[in-house]
Ligand binder design. Structure first.
Ligand SMILES: *Cc1c(COP(=O)(O)O)cnc(C)c1O
Ligand SMILES: [Zn+2]
Length: 414
């Protein structure tokens, strides 16, 4: 397969092993040949200013000078995600006894989850690297995003999901017309299958497998936007849902890059990770003081976070410990309560991952791990309409009445 020259992926210069530091030319590789460690993009950032960024479009390409994408990335069809709203959440804050709280509402992306960000970057890089098919193993949201982005780009998509996925996510993927395969097994089984296929089908870019270094960088845009939308400054604390752990580690990377580039003032901030107890390998490792993450078999309604063997788990532990944060987990009942609390205080209907994040926020405040006086941002990473089953038992009509005023009175609704 043709490997594009480095210059065609904007500021990206090389792939570097996170473990041993070995460096490779930019190309379709993702694991170190020396130590099998994961590869990460290295950059040479030209002096980039706030004005450069502010002059860009209201989507993630305003940060293209910080991403591994061609400099003319806007000229190829993509879903153009990002620049989602950062909502001041005073009522949720007072319900929890916090002073300054914001919700970064990523349900506003084209397929209603933060996954559009990572897929847009993976698609742009995959085209440049010569891949023909956009593929992914997915817990649901990634399948939506890949199928939509490929449809818009006019290329084939092939996504693989666990067969017990929410019906909303199956339909919201199938509608885009690509290849959608349900697999009898959990996400970790699906992921293993995808790695096997990726090893055989050279033209297939599995966004989170063989082009993962590029894909992962898309999550940085969440961190960039939060800092820019706060008026070019960093929050004191941020609570991030953790599946593979990529989103959390890249938000931290984004904050670090903004500090290094002088785009925000250098200041301490704490990164917190949120998991569902039914799939909490990173939280368990954090609490036990371990550096390695022991895989688990997921059993939770938070299916978008149900990765039992998280690729970036150890790096989540690094970021959380380095910044003085924590990883916490909540039960499925607390997830549902979190969804309701966010909806009823802020009018934001998050998916189960949002319920996990709100539930963990509450728990961190109650346990004194999170400072209620410090400015806090939480991520709502997906739309509640994708996980309706989670609230089916609690989100019910107040009453059913005949179409008469008398019936309305009798039902005690006035
Ligand atoms: C995938 C996903 C996450 C977390 O993603 P990782 O980067 O794998 O940790 C969070 N929320 C939602 C809704 C997701 O779909
Ligand atoms: Zn290595």
């Amino acid at each position: 397969m043709a490997i594009a020259p480095a210059a065609s992926l904007g500021p990206a210069t090389a792939l570097t092993c996170r473990e041993c530091g070995e460096s490779y030319d930019l190309g379709p590789r993702y694991a170190c040949e020396q130590c099998f460690g994961p590869l990460e993009i290295s950059y040479d950032f030209a002096g980039i200013t706030r004005a450069d960024i502010e002059a860009g479009p209201n989507n993630i390409w305003r940060y293209k000078g910080l991403l591994p994408v061609p400099s003319n990335v806007e000229s190829t069809p993509n879903t153009e995600p990002g620049w989602t709203r950062l909502v001041r959440a005073d009522q949720l804050a007072s319900a929890l006894g916090i002073q300054r709280l914001w919700v970064k509402d990523d349900s506003g992306n084209p397929t209603h989850s933060f996954k559009d960000r990572v897929v847009a970057v993976a698609l742009a890089a995959a085209r440049e690297l010569g891949f023909k098919v956009l593929a992914a193993p997915s817990t649901g949201n990634l399948a939506n995003a890949v199928a939509a982005a490929a449809a818009r780009a006019g290329i084939r998509s092939a996504v693989f999901v666990p067969s017990d996925l929410e019906s909303q996510k199956i339909m919201a993927t199938a509608v885009y017309g690509g290849t959608l395969v349900t697999v009898d097994g959990n996400y970790d089984d699906v992921n293993r299958l995808a790695s096997e296929i990726a090893g055989e089908e050279e033209d297939w870019a599995f966004v989170n497998v063989n082009v993962r270094p590029y894909y992962a960088e898309g999550s940085k845009t969440l961190g960039y936007e939060i800092a820019e939308q706060l008026g070019w400054r960093l929050p004191d604390q941020i609570v991030v849902p953790v599946a593979s752990g990529s989103q959390l580690t890249k938000i931290d990377k984004a904050f670090q890059e903004f500090i290094k580039l002088g785009l925000v003032e250098d200041k301490p901030y704490k990164v917190f990770g949120a998991q569902a107890t039914g799939c909490s390998p990173v939280s368990a490792a954090f609490k036990a003081g371990h550096d390695v993450v022991r895989p688990v078999k997921p059993d939770t309604i938070a299916k978008s976070l149900a990765i039992g063997n998280p690729a970036d788990g150890p790096y989540v532990l690094d970021a959380v410990r380095r910044t003085g944060g924590a990883v916490e987990d909540v039960t499925d009942a607390e997830v549902v309560a979190g969804i309701q609390l966010l909806a009823q205080t802020e009018g934001i209907f998050g998916e189960t991952a949002g319920g996990v994040t709100v539930g963990v926020l509450r728990k961190l405040v109650e346990s004194g791990q999170l400072d209620p006086a410090a400015e806090t941002v939480i991520i709502n990473s997906g739309d509640g309409l994708k996980t309706l089953d989670a609230v089916a038992a609690v989100a019910r009509p107040s009453a059913n009445i005949a179409a008469s005023y008398d019936a309305f009175r009798k039902a005690g609704l006035a």
